[in-house]
Design a binder for this molecule. Sequence first.
Ligand code: PMP
Length: 455
Amino acid sequence: MARVYKISRKRIARLLTFEEEIFEKANPKSREIYERAKDSLVRGVPMHWMDNWPSPFPIYYEEAQGANLNDIDGHKYVDFCLGDTGAMFGHGNEEVSEAIRQQVGNGSTVMFPSEDAAIVGESLQEKFELPYWQLATSATDANRFAIRLSRIVTGREKILVFNGKYHGSLDETQVSIDNEGRMIPQPRVFPNAVDFDRTTEVIEFNDIEALERALESRNVACVLAEPVMTNIGMVPPKTGFHEALREITRRTGTLLVIDETHTISTGSRGYTGEYGLEPDLFVLGKAIAGGIPAAVYGMTAEVAEVMHKHTKKEGRAISHCGFGGTLAGNVLTLNAIRATLEKVMTVDNYAHMILMAKRFEQGVNDVIKEKQLPWHVTRIGARVEYMFGKTQPKNGGEAKNMRNAELEAAIHLFLLNRGILLTPFHSMALMCPYTRTEDVDRHTEVFRECIQHIV
Ligand code: PMP
């Protein structure tokens, strides 16, 4: 009979306390900077989530190169967070850094486009097969503009999102589904005076019947979706889901916005290119400019036509029309995007990243099998996630129930204390072109050691 391990909460708590003590002793300089920074920055960090690590205080870093990062206390890490995708092509990527270096001394923001604009437009067209493009400063902004465009095109107010999604800090996406299946404001997010009943529908991912029901009244402007959910743990689409999503959205006159910001890990043309999706609008942020704040959004000719008209009045262009960003699309960003598209998002780089991800997946699977843990691993190209449930979740609700904050914290801190960084908020690992076999194997080794302490 197979042995079934119970994961003891006491052992997890003990491990966490032990690891916190190790961390405290090993990071005196980070502690010092944290204490100092608390006097001028909320929670001692420039962005509140930088303080969301399981450690008693954040690490302050000194330098990062390729797949490695060094902190102020002299520790060297293998970085599998890669800036939660922003550095997916490696810290200080040579090609992007060179492009930025060349441009920055030559002006970074002027009120004209450069020739790179046309080149970037053509590259995006070719790679992602949508005819028209615009730039934004972040994926959040690009999603905001995609939603605005969808509303202008359809004349409808509502958007539909999937439970457990994350598309940035957009007001009308801050909803969730409660235990009775009702839409509620996202716990812990201030609703910001949004009337969600007017703006939003939320259903579970992979639920085609719920999608039919939600869209049949033809009052939803767009469905905003990741092709694979990645922000609540990974939730892959079931067979036929994307076909149904496209068919129902088309039939009901609803636009389909695909947010590829994370799933660009799938391959050099994203999930959309690899699986032949046909979105009306396509959003890609984070990694597109090597970590410089930037995003792109593509659209069909029909949507572009509406945007074109909307941004002109009586034949004259108008500047304030709801698609903002003084710095969006500036020459520095364009240069970085051009280098990323042409030199970094290559088939060869992806082949290496995916090879490393497969090895990572195999390593974790081996440990799961050895220890007969009721866990699983999901991989989408160069992105891997381990989750504390036996099988892949069908939707965000199921994925949420697999979360175990204490267990996650203990594993993450154990790894961190031994030089491995895993994306905080969930157990996600990303490979970059510089990730080496030894890096991946080191993770497997430390992960195995960690599990030995808790089961
Ligand atoms: N879309 C997706 C799928 C994301 O995961 C995120 C951030 N994690 C965003 C959009 C927002 O990105 P940003 O914070 O860079 O605007």
